[in-house]
Design a protein around this ligand. Structure first.
Ligand SMILES: *[C@@H]1O[C@H](CO)[C@@H](O)[C@H](O)[C@H]1NC(C)=O
Ligand SMILES: *[C@@H]1O[C@H](CO)[C@@H](O)[C@H](O)[C@H]1NC(C)=O
Length: 225
């Protein structure tokens, strides 16, 4: 067995020490590698989770937008339905006359409003038989009709459909020598605003007419504004 120099021995001791140290360190390096791998796995998992969360958020955003669009459509439909219902509620029409009264007449003063007592139709409650005045419940296009039978005097009778005391249309009955009376009639189509007053007034001539079903006054709201 050859003897090593002290220097060589020293060297060998250091080498042995280093080898031991390297061997001792080896498992530690494996642990670090394992930890890094675990961390990487964890990061990947978290990245996947974030990606799936983002996807879910995007899907929910899309769903929310679709729901908002649906809601807006429903609101628009509701509004147009409300408008249609409001239009349907604007039904206005009346029909009045003197009813069945044989050989009965009515005598009027000039510009007096004729009060038709029998109200057969009054949709919208625009006509008031106490005053003989129809008050427009809505603004719009209206049509009115008047007919009457003149009295038995040998004279003409003129009545008018008047809106706010202005003559719109005139009905004229001829005098009758045979004591029979004759029929006069007129109609009007006029645009009125809410609250306008429409009535039948006596203009001139024989101030007497037959107070019967032959005398009628009617009106209809054709189209509201
Ligand atoms: C009709 O007019 C009279 C007289 O102005 C009034 O007293 C009455 O309340 C009116 N009727 C309706 C149904 O408005
Ligand atoms: C009516 O007038 C005609 C023509 O003017 C006349 O002949 C007739 O006698 C008059 N009748 C009455 C009842 O006044």
């Amino acid at each position: 067995m050859s003897m090593h120099s002290p220097k060589t021995m020293q060297y060998l001791i250091i080498l042995a020490f280093l080898t031991t140290a390297i061997i001792a360190n080896k498992p530690k390096r494996t642990d670090d590698a394992n930890n890094v791998a675990a961390l990487e796995t964890l990061l990947h998992k978290q990245a996947a989770t974030i990606e799936s969360l983002e996807a879910r958020l995007t899907a929910q955003d899309t769903k929310l937008l679709q729901q908002q669009a649906t809601l807006q459509t429903v609101l628009r439909e509701q509004q147009s339905m409300d408008a249609r219902i409001a239009k349907q509620e604007q039904v206005v029409g009346f029909y009045t006359d003197f009813g069945y009264k044989p050989y009965h007449d009515v005598t009027m003063k000039t510009f007096e409003t004729l009060k038709f007592p029998r109200v057969l139709t009054n949709s919208g409650n625009g006509y008031n038989s106490t005053t003989g005045i129809f008050t427009t419940p809505f603004s719009g296009l209206y049509t009115f009709q008047l007919q009457f039978s003149g009295g038995t005097h040998n004279d003409t009778t003129q009545l008018s459909i008047s809106a706010n005391s202005l003559t719109v249309a005139v009905a004229y009955s001829e005098g009758d020598t045979r004591d029979q009376g004759s029929q006069g009639s007129c109609s009007a189509v006029v645009h009125l605003v809410k609250g306008n007053q429409v009535s039948v007034r006596f203009l001139s001539g024989n101030p007497m007419i037959w107070a019967s079903r032959l005398a009628s006054f009617s009106g209809v709201l054709v189209h509201s504004d």
